[in-house]
Design a protein around this ligand. Sequence first.
Ligand SMILES: Cc1cc2nc3c(=O)[nH]c(=O)nc-3n(C[C@H](O)[C@H](O)[C@H](O)COP(=O)(O)OP(=O)(O)OC[C@H]3O[C@@H](n4cnc5c(N)ncnc54)[C@H](O)[C@@H]3O)c2cc1C
Length: 409
Amino acid sequence: MKKKNTVIIGGGAAGLMAAIFSARNGRDTLLIEKNNRVGRKLYITGKGRCNVTNNCDVKTVIANTPTNGKFLYSALNAFSPADTMSFFEERGCPLKTERGGRVFPVSDRAGDIVDTLFSEVKRSGAEIMTSEAGSLITDEGRVKGVCLSDGTEISAEKVIVATGGKSYPLTGSTGDGYRFAREAGHTIIPLRPSLVPVETEEHFGYDADGLLLKNIAIKVIDTKKNKCIYTDFGEAELRRYGLSGAVVRSASAHMKDMESGRYRIEIDLKPALSEEKIDARLVRELTASKGGRYIDILPALMPKALIEDFIKLSGIPADKRCSEITRQQRKDIGQLLKCMTRTVTGFRPLEEAIITSGGVCVKEISPADMQSKLMKGLYFAGEVIDVDCYTGGFNLQAAFSTAYLAANS
Ligand SMILES: Cc1cc2nc3c(=O)[nH]c(=O)nc-3n(C[C@H](O)[C@H](O)[C@H](O)COP(=O)(O)OP(=O)(O)OC[C@H]3O[C@@H](n4cnc5c(N)ncnc54)[C@H](O)[C@@H]3O)c2cc1C
């Protein structure tokens, strides 16, 4: 039987970082990854640019971690965003900081982050095995090793489960770690999607499907509390089923009590213009196009693909003469430009989510070293734990910090 000090299951962000620090500590380390290459999810992070961390302090990371942020306190203090940045820069991967503290490789290539981690694993002396872990080997409250899906057994005194969540399963994160944890006696907090597109009662037409609206603002209203719970500015994508895009995914993390009809999203297509300025603009457009029709003034105000839906929503016939548009109708057009509402009916499936919310219950993991409180020698790192953060590089930071702590204990 193959014998190792430490076996790490999963070669994603957390597993790679854990392998590096485990081997560097002189432990005979094996990383098991079921894909034929490591870091598959990392390649698609940050739209292929990898928002690798956030240039902020520990307190800010915790503030951006709505589920169990305080659990990360020790991990973040042991390996902070500044440590992540030094880690990559010292190994020849220069970084840059963008809006909101988001940190990316200067090259804008997520592949550079994977390459840096992969080279460092090699340099550290950790062994990588491309195989699927099937189950944990345990005995009397202690982990003894890992059994691969082909039946091969590997003995280890320490096993780190870094199998990720259950979203984007094609990258390898199919939720195996939850099964390992459950078999070891752990509670799994029910999984739900976070940072995910939403379905809405109203549907955009085929023309608008996939349309990316840039520089728009959104508001999310909790209709039960009659309160605005989130505002953001950036990109939204219109879909037949509802809404996607960066601002909508971020907003989804705030829709904690999802039930059909509870949340309303208001899209402001012209956030830079006040209602008065919009009205003045409409007066100008309508006057200039006196002989023209309502539909003729719209290309100047919005992307072509949105026009059909906009006309339907405004309730004004497309071929109405501009000169015949009443003052009230002009006000309605302005109002629609400032506030196009969508009623959220639910989240898209977990597979489409950036993050899996839920996972191994933090009460059963020691925050000081990420060790299971139920099974000696068993550790957890990364998204498999019931911790999830907002967008901005915080999720990868959480993966790196928990991995560092699990490897170093
Ligand atoms: C489209 C997208 C974009 C994202 N962009 C960002 C971003 O820019 N910034 C950010 O901070 N976060 C981002 N995230 C979130 C971030 O990628 C994850 O939080 C992070 O990758 C979690 O790391 P992990 O190591 O826990 O899991 P993963 O990276 O998912 O790695 C888990 C690994 O375990 C392997 N594995 C699973 N089961 C087994 C098994 N039985 N045997 C062997 N191997 C196994 C998998 O194949 C996989 O390689 C993004 C996520 C998505 C889906």
